[in-house]
Ligand binder design. Structure first.
Ligand code: ZN
Length: 332
């Protein structure tokens, strides 16, 4: 994926809602120098200290393009330098470590658990503790763009794994090697705690079960490790249609560009003119909400109706009207 693709938020993901709305406030604030750096999952040495049932929300066969804490920090320092080109500002970027930081979540877990002394995941985890859907995560087709403008990458994910190996305290490695069953029971009880996958199942939290597993029956049919098939998603870039001519500079966008972009989103451009990509104009979405938004936020940021965009319950309806959104929506 890349920036400009439709914003699509997972069910129950209030964090994504707050990030999306905050991004819109900044992008349409009228400020001249702003940038939205969309931080990916950050690889850092405190990973083993994270004890949060949210760990079970990401599917084993999902993907992430990682960036290390050091590279992300370097990026933030580098964007403050005078040498940053003017063309950098008022844009949206995915932060990602590039081709050698693209892993499935299962691959990442194998590597990180391995670095901490656990060579066999089946001794400490079960596949059906992990959601099978409703989680974000992408390999980016555009993360090299940020590296080209403000170089910041210095570590591949394997460099990070080597660091993790060196820095994991001996007592943690020993527990991993000789007391895997203790880790199994501890992790299982985490999955059973509020917010964890097994907690939803034990307490029949249907809306969470359906969102993260499709149904209880679908959860029951998740195979154990002996039948688990690690995914190998295609690494061939795929580009979604954003509904406008992307090579055209933002200064040259016309009224008819806005009208056809709105139509591709199942809505309408209501204003009768456009002369500034960063000024807010009037739009109406397919479900009848009127809103104001800058063409820049909409086209380069992938935003759309602020009511629909943050409400996953209406996504099926939106996809029926919007060829733009239908590209990222699968009916279940
Ligand atoms: Zn709407």
């Amino acid at each position: 994926g890349r920036v400009g693709d439709p914003i699509k938020i997972s069910h129950f993901d209030q964090y994504a809602v707050s990030k999306t709305l905050a991004e819109a406030i900044i992008a349409d604030s009228g400020l001249k120098y702003w940038v939205s750096l969309r931080q990916t999952s950050m690889a850092h040495l405190g990973l083993h200290e994270i004890v949060d049932p949210i760990s079970f929300h990401s599917p084993l066969n999902g993907v992430l393009e990682w960036s290390t804490a050091w590279d992300s920090g370097r990026l933030l320092a580098n964007v403050c330098e005078e040498s940053v080109p003017d063309s950098f500002w008022r844009h949206f970027y995915n932060i990602g470590g590039g081709a050698n930081s693209r892993l499935t979540n299962y691959e990442f877990m194998e590597k990180t658990y391995g670095a901490m002394g656990i060579s066999d995941l089946s001794k400490v985890l079960r596949p059906n503790w992990f959601a099978t859907r409703n989680f974000h995560g992408q390999w980016y087709t555009d993360s090299d763009r940020l590296e080209a403008l403000v170089p910041f990458r210095s570590q591949s994910i394997d460099d990070f794994i080597n660091m993790l190996k060196k820095n994991t305290p001996l007592h943690i490695k020993l527990v991993g090697r000789f007391a895997a069953s203790a880790i199994f029971w501890r992790t299982r009880s985490l999955a059973k705690s509020p917010g964890g996958s097994l907690h939803w199942l034990e307490h029949d939290e249907t809306s969470h079960i359906d969102a993260f597993f499709e149904s209880r029956d679908a959860w029951r049919s998740i195979p154990d490790w002996d039948a688990f098939t690690p995914a190998q998603p295609s690494r061939t870039p795929q580009f979604l249609n954003h509904g406008y001519e992307e090579k055209k500079p933002r200064e040259s966008w016309t009224l008819s560009d806005m009208q056809s972009a709105a139509e591709f989103r199942g809505g309408r451009f209501i204003s009768d003119h456009t002369d500034d990509a960063f000024k807010q104009y009037n739009w109406r979405c397919a479900l009848g909400h009127n809103f104001t938004m800058s063409p820049n936020l909409m086209l380069t940021g992938g935003h759309w109706c602020p009511t629909c965009m943050v409400d996953p319950k209406c996504y099926a309806d939106v996809a029926r009207h919007s060829p733009f959104f239908a590209q990222v929506w699968q009916e279940s």
